[in-house]
Ligand binder design. Sequence first.
Ligand code: GUN
Ligand code: ZN
Length: 448
Amino acid sequence: MRAYRGHLLHIGGAPQLAQAGDHLVSVPDGVLVVDDDGVIAFSGAHERLPADMADAEVIDCRPGYLLPGFIDTHLHFPQTYCTDSYGGGQLLDWLQRCIFPAEAMLADPELAQRTARDFCRRRVEVGTTTALVFGSAFPDAQDALFTESLRTGLRTVSGRGIQTVGPEAAEPLLTDEATAIDLSAREIDRWHAADPLLQVALVPRFALSVTARTLAALGELYDSVRADGVYFHSHLSENLREIEAVRDSLGVSCYLDAYDGRIGGADAPTLLGRRSVLAHAVHCTDRELARLADTGTSISHCPTSQQFLGSGTMPWRRTTASGVTVALGSDVGAGDEWLMARVANDCFKVHISEPGAAGLSIPPAQLLFTATLAGARALDIEDRVGNLDAGKQADFLVVDPQRQRLLPELLERVAPEDADRLLFTLLLGIRETAIAQVYVQGRELTGE
Ligand code: GUN
Ligand code: ZN
């Protein structure tokens, strides 16, 4: 057993977004006791440490803060080197000019291996302990990702990016429909729950990159693996031109119908459910949001990316009021920032800037909730991760303010009992240099 001493800061329990403030836990002289299985045995004030844990080895992290590991519910492994891509336009131009050609290069196994390594290292540096990772088209690259994730000790859900139609630039990423289904089924066989830290998702790139037949076949495949906890992940209603093209190409009246077995008036198996996560949902109708909420499908909100590609702003109040779980995603490489605290910072800025009554100043506890516990809920692993409650797996970060110039001075000016203010300073202010240690299941990750 090990006892990590520091200032605990997390959203305890299992609140809804609106109640996150009441569940903000801030324990200045706190301790996190982690047992030999990597489970949190005690979380609370040092003076309340149970007597039978008093002889645990003490790791003194003071004056550091102990936060839950960040959960990134949407980022692209094959875009590890694409955060600087100038596409000369919005989503569809950027995909064709920059992203499809860059992703095609991962056919080279040596590059795929290097990318997997850099991707996992980068996640450790920024404290993203859990991620839903949009995968490469190439099975060898996915093997490299899962292997490297396991070696590094990260928690990863990922799946091969499926494309069965697309423009010329996407050609190297396409397969025929039967192959697409076969490769995903094989990926599930090989990697899904191969280790408790690894899970697989079915990942059609977006509704424009697959045919109606591919979506129908994916619905059938998903029906057969849903009970095993396989995920579904894609993009939804990110960009207005994209939405128009989806309506034209698939003949659906709303984008979500494409993933809901409802192309051409069909009543086919749905891809929605409690392990389904759709990125963006910037331009959804109320009916679409209600359907997401009804099916337990979650939204990965990616404000940094939405600014980078000029996609628009997901209406925060309307979307969260629908009852759908909204978690945070970096969307690297359209998001040019890996650190979820910086994505939360963008989240704060874009929603305070929404016009009129739609705008709001998101409370700090709700930002932390969205970057941690909401992600665990979206991934249906809230029983295991997302906060520092006893009984959960010890996925946590040590944030040492002394590693970042001016951060101690900012924190000094905050009254220690003012938890909201403290969290605001810390979450909106940290850069990755302040992240001193990263743990998953009690194991310290080094990214070496
Ligand atoms: N829609 C389809 N593919 C992509 C992608 O790679 N990034 C983003 N942001 N949106 C997409
Ligand atoms: Zn994306």
